[in-house]
Design a protein around this ligand. Structure first.
Ligand code: HAM
Length: 420
């Protein structure tokens, strides 16, 4: 029986991969413009990092991690997200020593054991950034502006930006209590997951998608009246800065996110073209996480966007797909002596930076020229016996049929000129 790929994973094939390259190139170019440096952390970490970082009572840690015991009896987890690993690396390599703010970005696969559907996979790719060492709300505005810039640059026209604040350890406990008090008599009307959340993580009640929960929580108080002075000021200034940067946004008091590390600002990007899994990206501030992972108190903020979903949104909105790079020159030859000359030419032409191919299937000259046409090469170089005797080859323009005899030593130069 043929072995297939695991559920929730994707092969990215030639013809599709060019879109990935386009997105990756845009990302790297924007990171240069915004002043972020790339960091690459391992695909797996000690499980404890995620339990401590993301939080025990989150869906990710409770149900979605790929965790296994390795041969050394250590508990290892495939990274479900990039923030906790980047915090770990930031501390382990004392990146703060070079002076904060430290601005890092990453691009790579993440793993979550979720129920696969369109836009939701068990292996998916994220681009994310993390900024350490600044409490300034202008950094929050930057962390929202960069992904918005990316979506626009990629032709995603309908990216919606929602922001909220979830307070800090000073003011959140009082709001949590207020929320619980307001729902005390109606807990039994909540879905089973929310009944558990009521005790462990009541803020998550606000973003439950179940209709019944939405009804029950429709009239609960928002956090805004419970915010401490600092959180209120931070949220107000963030909105002023976003306006100054020309970013359209909506304030959504129900936006809370699935990680325990967030403080103050949280935000999410979505596209209606995506259907049920409509989140293009999300992020927030995490001023307590560095300390949680063992460092000195250090503020942090970041976001991650799902590349798989960006590509889906681009496709659904008809954003242009780049054409795959094609071969430009096909070298056709017949007989051993000519093939030897073709191998030399192929090497020279490629070293001159010209994408080139030759026949590897032992085809007739006619079949080779047909293959050259099919490959959409612009020129064929034909090395026949008669030309070889004169140390020359025929260079044929495959579109016009025009051809010229060129000495072997000058073929590469000739092609370079012709392809200019
Ligand atoms: P997140 O909201 O869990 O945040 O993930 C960010 C984005 O990754 C989502 O909006 C979505 O586009 C994509 N994504 C998540 N799960 C899947 C999946 N199963 N299949 C396809 N795409 C998916 C984080 O991961 C935080 N670490 C973001 C962050 C960085 N916060 C602060 N810094």
């Amino acid at each position: 029986m043929q072995v297939t790929g695991p559920r929730g994973t994707n092969d990215i094939l030639p013809g599709d991969v060019e879109r990935w390259h386009l997105v990756e190139e845009r990302i790297r170019s924007l990171c240069r413009i915004y002043g972020y440096h790339e960091i690459r952390t391992p695909i797996f970490e000690h499980t404890e990092l995620f339990v401590r970082g993301i939080g025990e009572a989150t869906d990710i840690v409770e149900k979605e991690m790929y965790t296994f015991t390795d041969k050394g009896d250590r508990s290892i987890t495939l990274r479900p997200e990039g923030t906790a690993p980047v915090v770990r690396a930031y501390l382990e390599h004392k990146l703060y020593a070079a002076g904060n703010p430290t601005k890092l970005y990453y691009l790579g696969p993440m793993f979550r054991y979720e129920r696969p559907q369109a836009g939701r996979y068990r292996q998916f790719t994220q681009f994310g950034v993390e900024v350490f060492g600044s409490r300034h709300p202008a950094v929050d505005a930057e962390a929202i502006a960069l992904p918005v810039h990316l979506y626009q640059a990629l032709g995603i026209k309908d990216a919606r930006v929602q922001i909220n604040t979830i307070g800090c350890p000073e003011c959140r406990p009082a709001y949590r209590q207020l929320l619980k008090d307001s729902l005390r008599d109606r807990v039994d009307q909540l879905c089973p997951s929310c009944q558990r959340r009521y005790e462990r993580n009541p803020l998550r009640l606000l973003d439950c998608k179940e209709e019944s929960c939405r009804r029950v929580t429709a009239d609960v108080p928002t956090i805004y009246d419970s915010l401490c002075e600092e959180c209120r000021d931070h949220f107000d200034r963030l909105q002023v800065y976003l306006e100054a940067a020309g970013i359209d946004f909506e304030v959504n008091p129900r936006l809370v996110r699935g990680f325990d590390y967030y403080t103050k600002t949280v935000f999410e990007f979505s596209s209606s073209s995506l259907g049920a899994q409509d989140a293009l990206g999300g992020g927030g501030r995490y001023d307590g996480l560095v300390e949680e992972v063992g460092g000195q108190p250090t503020p942090g903020i970041g976001f991650a966007v799902g590349i798989d979903r960006i590509l889906l949104a681009m496709e659904r909105q008809g954003a242009a797909a780049p054409a795959p790079d094609g071969v430009k020159v096909f070298i056709a030859s017949l007989g051993e002596a000519a093939t030897l000359a073709a191998v030399t030419l192929l090497s020279q032409v490629r070293r001159a930076g010209i994408p080139a191919e030759m026949d590897y299937l032992g085809r007739s000259l006619k079949a080779q020229l047909k293959a050259a046409d099919k490959s959409r090469a612009r020129y064929a170089v034909i090395v026949g016996d008669a030309e070889l005797a004169k140390e020359a080859a025929v260079v044929r323009n495959l579109a016009t049929g025009e051809q010229a005899e060129v000495s072997l030593a000058e073929v590469t130069l000739h092609l370079k000129e012709a392809l200019k």
